[in-house]
Design a protein around this ligand. Structure first.
Ligand SMILES: Nc1ncnc2c1ncn2[C@@H]1O[C@H](COP(=O)(O)OP(=O)(O)OP(=O)(O)O)[C@@H](O)[C@H]1O
Length: 196
């Protein structure tokens, strides 16, 4: 369970969260809100990649000292070293977190042919696949996916849904939180929608 308590976040004069409180208790959740309401910003803070001005973010009742060890995120907001190839970027992550090379994910997303393409030369759908591979390979108990189906082709969306169907099987206390403007397919796969 993730609890957000008294969250305040603003970018200069733009107040995005003002004393925001929320409990995310379902294991598979889809956060819905109009553009610009702070979905990505919230995911970035939950992943420890952005800081609130004040407030608490509790995972199973406690704050995380090192969120990147238990929370994996895929988001366009995260800037990758786009002068590297996808293969090189995946290599860097594999070394950093000491996990096996994600052969099955690469094959499952039909990404093999694009491994030697520089990230900045990948199509938006293939950039999204690379982000998803980088997040999914961590096998973290908390998985945050920011608009995971955006730009993906139908076959890849179906593959993603199959992966998410079983993702939590070995993570009884885990959670998957996504943001999505077209949640119908995720609802069919057990996601519960919650407004921001
Ligand atoms: N790094 C930043 N610097 C300044 N303002 C930012 C920054 N990141 C986000 N914002 C602002 O914070 C607000 C929330 O943005 P955010 O991207 O979190 O919304 P969102 O709900 O994810 O939107 P969308 O549905 O369009 O993806 C917006 O007003 C945005 O302009």
């Amino acid at each position: 369970m993730i609890e957000v308590i008294g969250l305040n976040k603003q970018f200069s004069n733009n107040v995005v969260f003002k004393n925001y409180n929320q409990v995310f208790s379902d294991q598979k959740l889809c956060i819905e809100a109009p553009n610009g309401h702070g979905k990505t910003t919230l995911l970035m803070m939950l992943a420890g990649l952005d800081k609130p001005q004040s407030g608490s973010l509790l995972f199973a009742g406690r704050e995380l000292n090192e969120p990147t060890k238990t929370v994996a995120i895929a988001s366009d907001r995260i800037t990758l070293p786009d002068f590297l190839t996808a293969h090189q970027i995946i290599d860097l992550s594999v070394s950093a977190i000491d996990c096996p090379w994600p052969h099955d994910l690469v094959k499952g997303f039909s990404f093999t042919a694009f491994l030697n393409t520089r990230f900045d030369a990948l199509s938006s759908g293939n950039q999204k696949k690379c982000q998803l591979i980088l997040a999914l390979m961590r096998k973290s108990p908390y998985l945050l996916l920011d608009e995971p189906s955006a730009a993906l082709d139908q076959t890849s969306i179906e593959h993603l849904l199959q992966l998410l169907d079983v993702y939590l099987n070995d993570k009884p206390n885990g959670q998957i939180i996504i943001t999505c403007h077209e949640p119908a397919v995720f609802i069919e796969h057990g996601f519960k929608c919650v407004s921001l």
